[in-house]
Design a protein around this ligand. Structure first.
Ligand SMILES: *Cc1c(COP(=O)(O)O)cnc(C)c1O
Length: 408
């Protein structure tokens, strides 16, 4: 099927990026080769000069990788994608391509931890300054703009509090100040949110999460809207070397074929789990954009096609222990059976973690408080298992937390 005939998104997930391959292969073959033979000296010269299309060396471009890049670019509505070795390699590619010493970045406070660290240590070392602001507050975003601001970097929903930022409004602020808007779309995937449609210039993903969906690959991608940017980013990636390899590209491309089905199930399960948690006496508060109690519920409905598979919730602290929920969070981690105690997210299996003692431990209590991460906050990546099994597991685990509370 030719890409230009595709209309519905589910169809695109199955067919995008799959063009004509040798021997009529239905899926992209794994071109597990580091280099490609030239037909003759003139051909080699033409490839290097960019006068002919073809492959030279896998760090520069590989057909299996390119098939994946085309697939995701099509799903996001971008010009081209650039496959990276990890989500962080994708984040780094964006900054290494677009900023230089003296430039300024505005970034969401609720952002993936290592993205915060990359900006506040490595990029800072190279003379780039970052203001971390609550991007769900448009006034705060406007106030952060400086004459040297080059990039607005937004994660929505944010990690781990699931706050929602208004992509179209921030794109407006960014473009008015001659800056670019970059959106990390990892938490929703293009099935549920297409930032380019709302004015974003660049979209990136950790492929490790929903796009691959099977917890067996680490990878990332940057999707750009225009050709000049593609050329610039390709140069950066070729020189810094953080490319995805053919085998991982093949696996992610295979994962994408079921992306729309999986996202649908993640959403169906997550709303039921969120409603269960919201009604449970041991749970103080649930953060899920699909609940009417979410502060940006209306905005989520405007820019998302679904609320996604990620839920955060706060355990009641004071009634159970004297550590503001920290002990309760730990007790819950030790009590779940079906939900796997692991970081990462977006796979078919439900994963649970406790930010205060795990992903956000090194921040310290004070910094966690500022970022809205309470001691009893729990992050759950709702899988595609039968939802009753997930709820039963949480119910028995919450009951154990209640019993354990008596010994705190
Ligand atoms: C995991 C993650 C990343 C980083 O991706 P890696 O593949 O682990 O390098 C970036 N952003 C978000 C939102 C993530 O969840």
């Amino acid at each position: 099927m030719k890409n230009n005939k595709m209309t519905e998104f589910e169809t695109k997930c199955v067919h995008s990026g799959v063009d004509e391959f040798e021997y009529g292969s239905v899926v992209p073959p794994i071109y597990q080769t580091s280099t490609f033979k030239f037909k003759n000296a003139r051909h080699g010269a033409a490839l290097f000069a960019g006068e002919e299309k073809g492959y030279i060396y896998t760090r520069m471009l590989n057909p299996t990788v390119e098939a994946l890049e085309n697939s995701i670019a099509e799903l996001e509505g971008g010009f081209k994608g650039l496959g990276c070795a990890s989500g962080m390699a994708a984040v780094h590619t964006v900054f290494a391509s677009l900023v230089q010493a003296g430039d300024h970045v505005v970034c969401s406070t609720a952002v993936y931890g290592p993205t915060n660290t990359l900006l506040s240590t490595i990029m800072k070392k190279f003379g780039v300054e970052t203001s971390f602001v609550d991007t769900s507050d448009l006034k705060a975003v406007k106030n952060a703009v400086r004459p040297n601001t080059k990039i607005f970097y937004v994660e929505t929903p944010g990690n781990p509090t699931l706050s929602i930022s208004d992509i179209a409004a921030i794109a407006g602020i960014a473009h008015k100040s001659n800056s670019l808007l970059v959106v990390d779309n990892t938490f929703l995937s293009p099935v549920l949110q297409k930032p380019i449609d709302f004015g974003a210039d660049i979209v990136l993903h950790s492929l490790t999460k929903f796009l691959n969906g099977h917890a067996d690959v680490v990878g990332g991608i940057v999707v750009v809207k225009v050709e000049e940017m593609y050329k610039l980013f390709r140069k950066t990636l070729n020189q810094t070397g953080g490319v995805i390899d053919p085998f991982n590209s093949f696996l992610v491309h295979r994962g994408i074929k079921t992306l729309s089905l999986r996202m649908q199930r993640h959403c169906e399960n997550a709303i039921k789990v969120a409603e269960f948690l919201e009604s449970h006496p041991a749970v103080k508060r649930v953060y899920y954009p699909g609940l009417a109690s979410h502060p940006q519920f209306e905005l989520a409905k405007k820019q998302q096609l679904g609320a996604g598979g990620m839920i955060s919730f706060e355990l009641e602290g004071n009634s159970f222990d004297s550590s503001d929920g920290f002990e309760a969070g730990q007790a819950l981690m030790n009590s779940v059976q079906l939900c796997q105690l692991a970081v990462s997210l977006g796979g078919v299996e439900s994963l649970i973690q406790h930010p205060a003692s795990m992903t956000h431990y090194t921040m310290g209590k004070q910094a966690r408080e500022t970022a809205g991460i309470s001691e009893g906050l729990v992050r759950l990546s709702v899988g595609i298992e039968n939802v009753n099994d997930i709820i039963d597991d949480l119910e028995q685990a919450l009951e154990k937390v209640r019993q354990a509370a008596s010994v705190f």
